[in-house]
Design a protein around this ligand. Structure first.
Ligand code: AMP
Length: 431
């Protein structure tokens, strides 16, 4: 067995290699186009924030704050944490920069890495990337529907075909405490049959019982009271209207009364989006995107009442799913031209010619470090380019270049200064 290299990347943290960059770039550019269409403006917040922001914002009883934060103490004694999610930081920035004084709603998006000390398992990383859309300053359920639509479009534009949106409402401070009481007393009466985690959840965060995946808890879950039966009138209307908007938009959703999501700050609508590929049955579909409304977060973070709704798309999960479903990323940067050279003079001339193509913004592949024409043309073949430009000793002396059509093998010779315009002409014709 090969000896393990001394330094490996830290567990759960991965290199994104050149061959995978196309997937990431495609996802980011699709997200940016969608953001522009719906009026989301980009915001970048620091990777480090005060730990207290997450303790208060994300919530003390969440898995993230209990177990998953990468925290550090600065030399000055501050406790900072590497962002485990975007939302509290973006809300902090919104308040800090007085964005509530701008015309509302304010729509913001962010893209970047987040960090969670997860236990290692498939699809769970410790450093991963998220695309985040958030709308601040608007209570209307139309916004809930629009956020879901924007995320749905992100996946459908990446050509996912089997998308399902799961939605639920988890009420708000007006009705959730009462529901928690009902659920807690139901769970207390069956506490001996609960899994170990849920025994603890009864005391600390009973709602989390609803999304427990342990087999032991399933029969108890099936009989458990459901939150949508206990929503107050306002939360109930909000949910009903959100669903009406989703119907109107023709989005494929289903109600999931057990969807609660892991974070404390959600109010009213919560949602997740899955790709359920029939051919991959048996493998549990993982949520690619999750989000909801968080009308209380503004108060917790900055003492301001700011209705808000948003969500996060897990970039690595989406990329993995794109690969599993064999969704191709169109090679926008595919090179159509290869520049080959033989001999010292030709090498010099081709360096200059290469720069002329750059100025003309025509992507060209080359193998300047290779001397053998055969090796270079094999590479041109492998890159599947349409045209090869060949500069040999004779051509270099005559200031000409051979243009070879790689599809039919036909070769023509041109003056070197005509090479760019001839290629331009041919590429245009091809379109
Ligand atoms: P959350 O911020 O927990 O609501 O997650 C939003 C999305 O981020 C999920 O739907 C996943 O796609 C992705 N995600 C969450 N946790 C991880 C993780 N540990 N590794 C990779 N992706 C994750």
């Amino acid at each position: 067995m090969a000896k393990k290299q001394k330094f490996q990347s830290p567990q759960g943290m991965h290199d994104i290699l050149p061959e995978d960059q196309g997937y990431f770039e495609k996802l980011y550019s699709t997200a940016e186009n969608i953001a522009a269409f719906y009026g989301f403006e980009k915001i970048e917040t620091p990777i480090l924030e005060f730990t207290e922001l997450y303790e208060k914002g994300t919530g003390l009883n969440t898995d993230i704050v209990e177990k998953q934060m990468f925290s550090l103490r600065t030399k000055g004694g501050d406790s900072l944490t590497m962002r485990p999610e975007f939302t509290p930081g973006v809300m902090r920035a919104f308040i800090q920069h007085g964005m509530m004084n701008l015309p509302q709603p304010v729509k913001l998006y962010s893209i970047g890495p987040v960090f969670r000390y997860e236990s290692p398992q498939a699809g769970r990383f410790r450093q991963f990337r998220q695309v985040n859309f958030e709308v601040f300053g608007e209570k209307s359920p139309a916004i809930d529907a629009q956020v879901i639509q924007a995320f749905y479009n992100l996946l459908s534009e990446l050509k996912f075909k089997n998308l399902v949106i799961e939605v639920n409402s988890i009420g708000a401070s007006c009705c959730r405490p009462y529901f928690k009481k009902i659920l807690t007393s139901y769970l207390r009466s069956r506490v001996n049959s609960l899994c170990l985690d849920c025994k603890r959840r009864v005391r600390e965060n009973p709602l989390r019982f609803l999304d427990c995946k342990e087999e032991k808890c399933q029969p108890i879950k099936a009989q458990a009271p459901q939150i949508i039966d206990h929503l107050c009138e306002e939360c109930n209307n909000h949910f009903k209207e959100t669903l009406e908007f989703l119907d109107e938009l023709g989005l494929p959703y289903r109600l999931n009364p057990y969807l609660v999501r892991g974070l404390d700050y959600y109010t009213k609508t919560v949602f997740e989006i899955f790709n359920e590929t029939p051919s991959l049955e048996g493998t549990l579909p993982v949520a690619l995107i999750g989000g909801g409304r968080y009308d209380n977060l503004g108060k917790v973070v900055g003492g301001k009442d700011i209705p808000a709704c948003g969500g996060a798309a897990g970039v690595e999960r989406i990329v993995n799913e794109m690969k599993k479903n064999k969704l191709r990323v169109s090679a926008d940067t595919k090179k159509e031209v290869f520049l080959a050279q033989v001999g010292d003079l030709a090498k010099k001339k081709s360096l200059k010619l290469f720069e002329e193509f750059r100025k003309a913004k025509i992507p060209v592949a080359e193998s300047l470090s290779k001397d053998s024409l055969k090796v270079q043309l094999t590479r041109a073949d492998r890159l599947n380019v349409r045209y090869a430009l060949i500069l040999g000793q004779k051509e270099a002396l005559e200031k000409t270049v051979i243009l070879r059509d790689m599809k039919n093998g036909i070769q023509d010779t041109y003056k070197i200064e005509k090479a760019v315009s001839e290629i331009k002409k041919r590429l245009k014709r091809k379109k």
